[in-house]
Write a protein that binds this ligand. Structure first.
Ligand SMILES: Nc1ncnc2c1ncn2[C@@H]1O[C@H](COP(=O)(O)OP(=O)(O)O)[C@@H](O)[C@H]1O
Ligand SMILES: [Mg+2]
Length: 403
């Protein structure tokens, strides 16, 4: 037995798995998008938390670069209420990483009507330079941004590249705020649509929770046509098996799993990548300790489930009030709790199963607050779904524990 073979599994947001299973169709789709000469389609990559959006986005980057595309981007987790000005700064910050070593001639600047204070004949497109140019450009944020992006394209288009990708993770955090008259999302969409109409190959790749695409359409209806939406789902059975077995197939790996153990992990994880990594990581450690004391290893699924409940679900569950928990329990008992459901279905089941059933308006109101708490989301067609994978099974377990 090789004691130094480290546990390869990586449960954690954005942690690259030891083997990225499946996702061939999604990669093909991305390759198609970067084969466009004129950008008619951009990408939205969406799905529940833990389904593998971030790591898939990270694997697109080398694919893009191999195909002569440039790549800039950022994680928007922290930008809950970004203003238009902040959006412009965000784009220039990301661009500058790429352009700060690009040198242009002072002549080129004066030709387009700008006076340059610099004495040298060569100018570098640093962040400070872009911001100064942005400030000097007349007009609204949208005019300034268009100008900067077009200017950058003029400066890089002879580098023999196919285009430039702007990749934003957690993009559901972008919001228009009518009350504050700030429309960063609308501006982002307007700017890219305008550039793409001029055949400038700048493409948006946005990833985020299922609320992302409805938000885009809400801001600009043309988003319907502007984006190909890829909904990332749980892994298929074969791919789940690969995600479990590939990382331990090395002959030096001390952990071997029987078919039965693999079956248990596939079933218990529901094929959700985060849960696969979590269960496999725990199983691996337990196997190692059991092997040391000469025990016959198996997958201790109850113990692992308990740990998953406290590590992953409990924090989210804690955000719900007692009455909200009663509602969630009813929803978990719907035959379609794992898919989408309508308010009326919940009302009907509560009449059947509860002494104090919920009224229609009550359910509506509670689903709204549960949406804000991040436990539920509303899809484009006005139906609801759990915002956390396998939450229904967790809730049923809670219900049983309380009996
Ligand atoms: N295709 C895959 N195969 C195996 N594990 C994966 C796969 N995709 C994601 N994972 C694992 O799942 C977890 C969640 O991935 P992440 O990209 O952070 O999800 P999301 O961004 O959708 O919340 C990580 O631990 C990652 O290693
Ligand atoms: Mg992510």
């Amino acid at each position: 037995m090789n004691e130094f073979f480290l546990n390869p599994f990586k449960p954690g947001a954005g942690h690259m798995p030891p083997h990225l299973a499946g996702r061939d169709i999604e990669k093909q789709e991305f390759l198609y998008l970067i084969s466009q000469k004129v950008i008619l389609n951009n990408m939205v990559l969406t799905g529940l938390r833990g389904v593998g959006k971030t790591v898939l986005l990270n694997t697109f980057k080398p694919l893009a670069i191999q195909n002569n595309w440039l790549w800039v981007g950022a994680d928007l987790s922290e930008s809950a209420s970004v203003s238009e000005g902040n959006l412009a700064l965000r784009l220039m910050t990301d661009l500058a990483v790429l352009t700060s070593n690009i040198i242009i001639q002072k002549d080129d600047i004066t030709k387009i009507g700008f006076h340059s204070e610099s004495n040298s004949v060569e100018i570098k497109l640093t962040f400070n330079y872009l911001v100064a140019l942005y400030k000097k450009t007349p007009g609204l944020v949208i005019d300034k941004l268009k100008f900067i992006l077009e200017f950058v394209w003029q400066s890089i288009k002879d580098l023999n590249i196919n285009g430039l990708i702007f990749a934003y993770d957690e993009a559901q955090n972008l919001s228009d705020q009518a009350l504050k008259e700030q429309y960063p999302l609308g501006i982002l969409l307007d700017v890219f649509q305008s550039l793409q109409k001029k055949d400038i190959p700048f493409m948006l790749v946005l990833t985020g929770l299922p609320t992302l695409f409805p938000k885009l359409v809400n801001s600009r209806t043309f988003s319907e046509r502007m984006f190909r939406v890829i909904i990332l789902k749980r892994l298929k059975e074969n791919d789940s098996r690969e995600a479990i077995l590939k990382p331990i197939e090395n002959k030096n790996c001390p952990v071997k799993l029987t078919d039965k153990s693999v079956d248990i992990i596939v079933k218990q994880s529901g094929g959700y990548p985060y849960f696969i990594q979590f269960i496999c990581r725990e199983t691996y450690d337990l196997f190692i300790s059991q092997l040391k004391v000469g025990k016959d290893p198996g997958v201790p699924i109850n113990e692992i489930t308990r740990k998953l409940d406290s590590d992953f679900f409990a924090g989210r569950w804690a955000r719900a009030t007692d009455r909200q928990r009663e509602l969630l329990l009813i929803i978990s008992q719907l035959p379609n709790s794992n898919e989408e459901f309508a308010v009326q279905e919940v009302v009907d089941l509560s009449k059947k199963n509860m002494e104090k059933p919920f009224s229609n308006s009550h359910v509506n109101q509670m689903l709204n607050s549960l949406t804000t708490a991040g436990l539920i989301y509303k899809n484009r067609y006005g139906k609801y779904a759990f915002a956390v994978p396998l939450l229904d099974q967790f809730i049923i377990r809670q219900g049983k524990n309380n009996e």
